[in-house]
Design a protein around this ligand. Structure first.
Ligand code: SF4
Length: 336
């Protein structure tokens, strides 16, 4: 006979499969089971709630590298912006290095994985000169943005990268462009830049950090097009991120509580939570399901769950499981 826990895991696992095809309503999916009768809340998980294709690819490449027999492997910065995943990979033998550190380990003959954000040319050359064997897990979509910036430089355009200057992906785009690049992080920065350069004969080529919103691109373009004639846009926004955001916004607008699971150091998770909060004021960003408090469910009849591009599937499953457990406890208290 199924125990409560195994039944729940079965439901989650089935719906996880279904999630690949459509968004799901977790508790409506299962045929009449005991949990449906006792649950007073509906839990819905967005279809895109865990690793995006680029992160998934980097994770699998790294796993293969770790299981390939080398005693020690390295990643340039944390492989994924999620502390729990980094901890688990470290237990398998992955060490994080900072290529700018003066205190690098001996990398001769060592596998060093380039994470999905990519790296700049100077760092690549430095690591190669130290004898590292580079394992390239740069996301193909990020590569497209890197190549777009470099092509614009070759064609005589001044590339403007829309994104966060300190983000590793933007640094990799800038560092592979092969010429001067301007990074603009916000609409205000774009307005200031346009004020400073108004009247200059500049051929501008816009490239996007893959995770920025379409809204930001449109707003910045409106500003630039007003003041400059020769502008070309390379829309390198990642479709996967855009779709995830749209699904999450839609769900957030229809639930009483929206939970966004993911690393607090992940900018795309933070942005996802920020946008969900615009649709549902009761939006919570959690890094670990243990952070969910029973009080959050008071007066709540529907809960939405989503996660950032670096959120592992197991974190989403554990989040749903935790919600389920809390709701069961609440039911018991009500009945007792
Ligand atoms: S968010 Fe998009 S661009 Fe970034 S790693 Fe994932 S798939 Fe690649």
């Amino acid at each position: 006979m199924l125990t409560s826990r195994s039944l729940l895991l079965a439901i989650i696992s089935l719906t996880g499969h279904r999630r690949k095809h459509s968004s799901l309503s977790l508790l409506f999916f299962a045929p009449a089971m005991q949990y449906i009768w006792c649950m007073a809340i509906n839990i819905e998980v967005t279809r895109d709630s865990s690793f995006c294709p680029g992160v998934d690819r980097a994770f699998k490449i790294t796993e293969q590298m770790l299981f390939g027999g080398k005693a020690r492997c390295y990643s340039i910065g944390p492989l994924i912006h999620n502390p729990e995943v980094v901890k688990r990979l470290s237990m398998l033998g992955l060490e994080v290095i900072d290529p700018d550190s003066e205190d690098l380990p001996d990398l001769a003959g060592m596998n060093v994985v380039i994470r999905s954000h990519g790296i700049d040319t100077a760092t690549e050359k430095k690591l190669e000169s130290l004898g590292a064997v580079l394992v390239d897990a740069t996301c193909p979509t990020v590569k497209r943005a890197q190549e777009a910036a470099s092509m614009l430089v070759e064609l005589g355009y001044h590339p403007i990268v829309l994104g966060a200057a300190s983000h590793p992906e933007v640094r990799s785009i800038v560092g592979r462009a092969g010429g001067p690049v301007t990074v603009l992080e916000s609409l205000d920065e774009a307005k200031r830049w346009a004020d400073e350069h108004r009247g200059e004969e500049i051929k501008i080529g816009v490239v996007c950090q893959t995770t920025i919103s379409r809204d930001l691109l449109e707003e910045v373009m409106a500003v630039l097009e007003h003041d400059f004639k020769d502008i070309t846009v390379m829309n390198t926004i990642c479709e996967s991120v855009a779709r995830r955001q749209e699904e999450a916004n839609e769900l957030a607008g229809n639930v009483d509580l929206m939970i966004v699971a993911g690393g607090r150091n992940s900018s795309n998770t933070a942005h996802l939570a920020q946008r969900c909060a615009e649709e549902c004021v009761n939006t919570r960003l959690i890094e670990d399901p243990s952070e969910i408090e029973s009080d959050w469910l008071v007066g709540v009849s529907s809960v939405g769950v989503t996660g950032g591009a670096s959120t592992p599937d197991w974190l989403i499953q554990e989040t749903v499981e935790k919600l389920f457990e809390l709701e069961q406890e609440r039911e018991k208290k009500t009945q007792g």
